[in-house]
Every structure is written in C-alpha cells, then in structure tokens.
Write a protein that binds this ligand. Structure first.
Ligand SMILES: [Mg+2]
Ligand SMILES: [Zn+2]
Length: 96
C-alpha cells in the first residue's frame, strides 16, 4: 500500500469525524499519540511500539486530510530520493 492509498483509506473511515473535531483538536490527539509512542519506546515493548507507530501515522494522515495536504506528494517533493540539504543519497551532511 502506498502512502496515498493509506491517506485515502483513513479519509474514508474518519474524515466525517475528523472534520467535526477540527484541525486544532485533532492536532492535540496527534500530540497525545506521539507521547504514547515515547512511552512505548521507553518501555521497550515491541507490540506497543508497533501499535503506537500506527496511531501516530494514522493521526498524522488525519491532520494532512484536514489541512488538504497530499502527504505522499509533499514527502516526495521534499525528499526526492536524496537529502534535501546536501543533495546526496546517502546523506553526507556534517552535522547530526
Ligand atoms: Mg495510541
Ligand atoms: Zn544531507
């Protein structure tokens, strides 16, 4: 499945609820899920880690739907198979 298909799938399932909730409150949910991912990573439970990555991705995609952003297009525009800063693949930027 491509990012575009995943974004459309999440739109089909959740857009009616996401649009009612609105961008600001959806962003709060997204941040909460990022916090849950931080906790899962800290506790090193693989099953939870995978679930929270899925949540973060789903909420990020919901945000993109609300902001009218085609995530796949935006991602490939900024990262067209090379580092956007040094232009290399793999990246050869000096700083970490
Ligand atoms: Mg979660
Ligand atoms: Zn670079």
């Amino acid at each position: 499945m491509e990012i575009k298909e995943f974004q459309q799938m999440i739109k089909n399932i959740y857009f009616h609820r996401d649009s009612k909730r609105g961008l600001e409150r959806t962003f709060l949910w997204f941040v909460e899920e990022v916090g849950e991912l931080a906790e899962a990573l800290r506790k090193e439970k693989q099953e939870n880690i995978e679930e929270e990555f899925a949540d973060v991705l789903a909420w990020l995609v919901s945000l993109a739907n609300l902001a009218n952003v085609d995530l796949e297009k935006a991602a490939l525009k900024k990262y067209p198979n090379r580092c956007p800063y040094c232009g290399k693949n793999p990246c050869e930027c000096e700083k970490e």
